[in-house]
Design a protein around this ligand. Structure first.
Ligand code: R5P
Length: 286
């Protein structure tokens, strides 16, 4: 097996290769003066290799880079091509919400499927999206890595900020051996949400909120406020994908949240929960 790291995910790719004890090639990706993507895989041939490409499809330029790397790897004769997409961009537009919209997640999947044999994602917004690949797929859950990270950190309760992430709260809560619940969220706009008071008593508790992603931070700030008003002693937050648009991380760090931690699907200064071992194990066993 040989791992190829696209420019969005080189550190993670190297960590995965280290766990697999195999070589890692960094795609030589550059930007042409007109903004187009150039990439090259520095290998004479990949004829005898099962190749794993690690690259996000967000932002848009990374999607293009992934498509180009796939083609280059095919051109070098790879025996098989597995895509590891730590953060799958466009996953939230997985259906038509208003007439005239595209099914973005579907069309991206179909494009990516043209040159690969298998696909691995991590906490995809909706696992259903993977059916558009029409290839064997696996969606790994970061819950195990999140629970391991918090095992020695005195968590008394786990919450998800909405019902959509309730399964994640259950998974992490059960692994930590503590109670879990979900909050009720209504989205008001791209940046604002309303969250109802929690049903479970969190007075004096060290609470951990888990979600699949933090984008603007609106969800997490509102959920934390609600839990603190209900008497929580501390509120820490763990998510799989720290997207952090428009300085959202600074906003979170300046709020009353006691700690923000993310998996390393997207690099940031709080991406402290490594999922490399999880990915390597899943690749080894696949
Ligand atoms: C929504 O369904 C997701 O699970 C996240 O809760 C949401 O995308 C977070 O977005 P933001 O940080 O902008 O509130």
């Amino acid at each position: 097996m040989i791992v190829i790291g696209g420019s969005s995910s080189i550190d993670l790719a190297e960590e995965i290769a280290e766990n697999l004890q195999c070589d890692c090639i960094r795609a030589d990706t550059q930007t042409f003066p007109d903004g187009e993507c150039y990439t090259r895989i520095n290998a004479a041939t990949l004829k005898d290799d099962d190749v794993v490409i690690v690259q996000n499809t967000y932002p848009d330029s990374n999607f293009i880079e992934m498509m180009l790397i796939e083609d280059a790897v095919k051109g070098l004769g790879a025996k098989s091509v597995t895509l590891v997409i730590p953060y799958f961009g466009y996953a939230r537009q997985d259906r038509i919400f208003k007439p005239g919209e595209p099914e973005s997640a579907k069309i991206l999947s179909k494009c990516l499927a043209m040159n690969c044999d298998r696909v691995m994602t991590i906490d995809l917004h909706k696992e259903d999206t993977l059916k558009y690949f029409d290839r064997p797929y696996k969606d790994l859950k970061a819950a195990e890595a999140i629970a391991d990270f918090f095992a020695d950190k005195e968590v008394d309760m786990v919450f998800s900020p909405d019902i959509g992430a309730a399964g994640r709260a259950k998974d992490v809560g059960e692994r930590l051996g503590v109670p879990y619940d979900h909050l009720e969220k209504t989205r008001l706009s791209g940046t604002e949400v309303r969250i109802k008071p929690a049903n479970s008593d969190c007075t004096g508790k060290n609470v951990l909120i888990v979600d699949d992603m933090i984008s603007t931070g609106g969800t997490i700030v509102t959920a934390t406020r609600q839990l603190k008003e209900a008497g929580a002693k501390t509120v820490s937050v763990a998510c799989t994908h720290g997207v952090f648009v428009n300085n959202a991380l600074d906003r979170l760090e300046g709020s009353n949240i006691d700690g923000v931690y993310c998996a390393n699907t997207l690099p940031s200064k709080v991406s402290k929960i490594s999922i490399a071992k999880l990915i390597a194990k899943a690749l080894r066993e696949w």
